[in-house]
Design a protein around this ligand. Structure first.
Ligand code: PLP
Length: 222
C-alpha cells in the first residue's frame, strides 16, 4: 500500500479526538510530502538535525514534534520552530528550552516523559521527579514563562505481552489523571502521548489522546 493509503486506513481507525503524529524519522522528504499531500500536518522526528533540515525545505504549515531524547546543547537549533517536545525528562532540559524559547520570543509546548517500561534503556521521569518539576514551574519566582507543560508521554516495554503493556499504559493514565487538576499559565495536562504502530489501539483503550505512528505509515525503517 502507498503512504497515502496507509495514512487513510489508520485515520479511519482513529477516534476523532485522537491526534496522529506521523513519525517520519529516517524517511526522505519525498515520503513526507506524500503524507503532506494526503493532508497530514503533524510530523514527528527523533533527531534535531534531521528535523531542522526537513523543516527548512518543507511547507511552513507543518507542526514539527520532537519525539526523541533531547540533548540540552542542541535545543537552540529547534527552538525557532518546534511545536511540541515530547521527551522532556529533566528540569535542566526544561530550563534550557525555556531559555531558548525566550530568545526566540516564543512559548514552547512540552510533554514530560514518564518512565513506565520495565526496560532499563527507556528514558523518563519517576513520579517523584515529575512532582519536583511541577513544583518548580508553578513557583512564579522561577520565571518559567516560555514553556508550557501540556501533557505527559510514555513508552511501554517492547513486548508482545499485551497484559504488561496495558498495565504500563494504565499506570501512565492514572498519573495523568492525578495531576490533571493542576493549572497555572505554564502547566495544564491535556495531552497524553502514548501508542506507536504496534500498540496504539491498546494505548487508545487506556486513554491516550496522541499516537506516534511511523512504520505503519511509512514502512519499515532500515
Ligand atoms: C520511532 C518512534 C515511534 C514510532 O514507532 P513505530 O513503531 O515506527 O510506529 C514512536 N515514538 C517514538 C518515541 C519513536 O522513537
Amino acid at each position: 500500500m502507498s503512504i497515502q493509503d496507509n495514512l487513510h486506513s489508520i485515520k479511519a481507525k482513529l477516534p476523532e479526538n485522537i491526534t496522529l503524529v506521523a513519525v517520519s524519522k529516517t524517511k526522505p522528504v519525498s515520503d513526507l510530502m506524500e503524507a503532506y499531500e494526503a493532508g497530514q500536518r503533524i510530523f514527528g522526528e527523533n533527531k534535531i538535525q534531521e528535523m531542522t533540515e526537513k523543516w527548512e525545505v518543507m511547507p511552513k504549515d507543518i507542526q514539527w514534534h520532537m519525539i526523541g531524547h533531547v540533548q540540552t546543547n542542541k535545543v537552540k537549533y529547534m527552538a525557532p520552530f518546534v511545536s511540541l517536545i515530547h521527551g522532556v525528562d529533566s528540569l535542566k532540559l526544561l530550563q534550557e528550552i525555556n531559555k531558548q524559547a525566550q530568545k526566540n520570543n516564543r512559548i514552547i509546548d512540552c510533554l514530560l516523559q514518564v518512565y513506565i517500561a520495565e526496560e532499563e534503556s527507556k528514558f523518563g521521569l519517576d513520579e517523584k521527579e515529575l512532582n519536583e518539576i511541577f513544583e518548580f514551574v508553578q513557583d512564579a519566582k522561577n520565571e518559567m514563562n516560555h514553556i508550557r507543560i501540556v501533557g505527559l508521554m510514555g513508552m511501554a516495554t517492547f513486548t508482545n505481552n499485551q497484559i504488561q503493556v496495558k498495565k504500563e499504559f494504565s499506570r501512565l493514565k492514572t498519573i495523568f489523571d492525578k495531576y490533571s487538576q493542576l493549572e497555572t499559565s505554564n502547566l495544564k495536562l491535556q495531552t497524553l502521548s502514548m501508542g506507536m504502530s504496534g500498540d496504539y489501539a491498546l494505548a487508545i483503550e487506556c486513554g491516550s489522546t496522541m499516537v506516534r505512528i511511523g512504520s505503519s505509515i511509512f514502512g519499515n525503517r532500515n
